[in-house]
Design a protein around this ligand. Structure first.
Ligand code: SAM
Length: 268
């Protein structure tokens, strides 16, 4: 139980959690360069745990291999199905999965967004799910701190033929967000999927507000709000007149454990 909990903390990192939490400290010059090193160290620790079978999670490159061997190139739905089959039958991974993925799809279709932001790309699974439902000229920007995961996600996204619709921005969320508008030519996002380090959900939502990156009516969907959970985020969106929130009870990806998705509409 404890192991499973830690393996999902910070979006799947376990032993690295205290190190990752350190990356949550406010940016300042003296800490700046160390935050990414600590993030990478946390990843190394987790890789050792995966190799030692100390967690039931997988390396994303296993997923890349499986997708390339099994899925149909250029067919997004085939790539998504192959990842789901792999996670059910071989090794679990920390992507949103098919069950909560259906809720994400529903929220996405209701919002019919033009500009989409995702925090936490991992292997690109949720980006690909959303990309199937994108309007003609709409685009997804997804932030991923781990350079290896960003690379594997890029391979999967390109294999699925979605490289023009999904842009990966590699870096820590609080370092990428301040320059995203200028870099990507986007003023505000219409839909945000938050699925990175659970203790950063609230901080990064407030950052999006302060940077003016969300507008009246933006839909914000947050994953894993029960397991491993993000109580401070839920308290923030539920007790805040600027948000109208709804909870969708579901199951943790590829398991029977209870989890949920929180959808919040920003109405400042
Ligand atoms: C749960 S996974 C994302 C799963 C993905 N959304 C999906 O469903 O396919 C969380 C990801 O967030 C990334 N992450 C953690 N902290 C981050 C941060 N501060 N900035 C950007 N990415 C971060 C992790 O490296 C990990 O790949």
């Amino acid at each position: 139980e404890t192991r499973a909990f830690f393996s999902h903390c910070c979006g799947g990192f376990c032993a690295g959690k205290p190190l990752l939490s350190y990356t949550a400290v406010p940016r300042c010059l003296s800490l700046h360069k160390w935050r990414l090193y600590l993030f990478r160290l946390a990843v190394v620790v987790d890789h050792i745990r995966i190799m030692a079978k100390g967690t039931d999670l997988t390396f994303p490159y296993h997923i890349v291999d499986h997708v390339v061997k099994t899925a149909k190139r250029g067919d997004v739905s085939s790539v998504i199905d192959v990842i789901d089959q792999y996670c059910y039958s071989v090794e679990k991974a920390m992507n949103v999965g098919d069950v909560k993925g259906a809720i994400l799809d529903k929220c996405f279709l209701e919002a019919s967004p033009q500009n989409v932001l995702e925090l936490g790309c991992y292997c690109g699974y949720s980006s690909l799910r959303m990309s199937r439902l994108l309007k003609e000229d709409a685009k997804i920007f997804t932030i991923e701190a781990n350079p290896d995961y960003a690379k594997f996600a890029q391979q999967i996204i390109t294999f699925a033929g979605m490289e023009k619709r999904i842009q990966i921005l590699q870096g820590l969320s609080d370092e990428v967000l301040p320059t995203i508008a200028e870099k990507c030519g986007v003023q505000t996002f219409d839909f945000v999927f938050i699925d990175h380090a659970k203790e950063l959900y609230k901080r990064d939502l407030i950052m999006l507000e302060n940077l003016g990156l969300i507008r009246h009516g933006t839909t914000i969907v947050a994953d894993n709000v029960i397991y491993p959970g993000c109580p401070d985020y839920l308290k923030y969106v539920r007790n805040n007149p600027k948000y109208k929130s709804a909870n969708y009870l579901s199951k943790l990806e590829y398991t029977d454990r209870e989890d949920a998705i929180e959808k919040s509409i920003y109405l400042p």
